[in-house]
Design a protein around this ligand. Sequence first.
Ligand code: G5P
Ligand code: MG
Length: 264
Amino acid sequence: MVLSRAARIILVGAPGAGKGTQSERLMKRFPQLSSISSGDLLRTNVRNRTPLGIQAELKIKTGALVPDAMMVRLIINELSTRGWLVPDTIRPYSVNYATPEADIPADTVDDVFIPSTFPASRYNYSECPTASFILDGFPRTAPQAKQIDDIIPINLVVNIKTPASVILDRICNRLVHEPSGRVYNTTFNPPKVEGKDDVTGEPLTRRADDCPEVWGTRLKKFEETSAPLLEHYDKKGVLWEVEGNTSDEISPKLFKEFEKRFSV
Ligand code: G5P
Ligand code: MG
């Protein structure tokens, strides 16, 4: 299906609610869409032993959140790399990227994540039909959202509401293909060949934070941070909520809303 206007979407939801699953399904249905998963980006950095990955590793493993400044820099850098942030001298951005949080040495973050042209020149999101994307798992706090407000005019925030009681099983049965971020589940969507990625045939692995204890901590963090985040977007009039016990129940509602907003 073809998009008739650019979609800049954020997926919000508890750990295991199905953000990655819905991203994959949306991209299949709307091939113009791309996705950035903040968790996948972080895990790539951990795997590649970058300075950011090394600093983020323990936070992820224990179910804590990675500091806001680090996350904003990571995502801004990814958006720039993909060509979705282009210089714009007409509408200057008003975000201060120079203040990383106390526990991250400023020079480390700058060295790793800021492209040489950023933030020396003024950057703003420049709308074009091909730059339609899903941000899966970012922003995750109100401060993160406020920092990107002036740069990326988000036009839909989807809050996926799935009861925590049905999620835990999913997490215990999840397998991932780390290089691509493709997600499987031994019961819900098993790979064609046991333990192997459908596309590359490479081995699937478990995520370091997929155990009941860490999931509990992640859920608690989500509950603490999501209310102010959702309130922020509700005030902007871009929040839409969808509820369901399964991804199969949620997908048709999401597709319908998506088509209404972006494909008519
Ligand atoms: P992530 O990677 O963003 P979470 O915790 O937000 O991690 P997660 O676990 O990736 O979210 P999901 O994407 O919402 O969950 O869910 P999913 O992968 O699609 O589905 C979960 C499993 O259930 C899969 O196996 C899937 O196949 C299966 N499944 C889906 N639907 C159904 C169904 O209907 N039925 C059944 N039976 N199964 C189903 O973030 C990880 C960490 O990175 C850091 C934090 O430390 C975070 O904890 N981080 C950030 N920190 C600060 N700020 C940010 N913005 C950050 N982003 C990431
Ligand atoms: Mg995910």
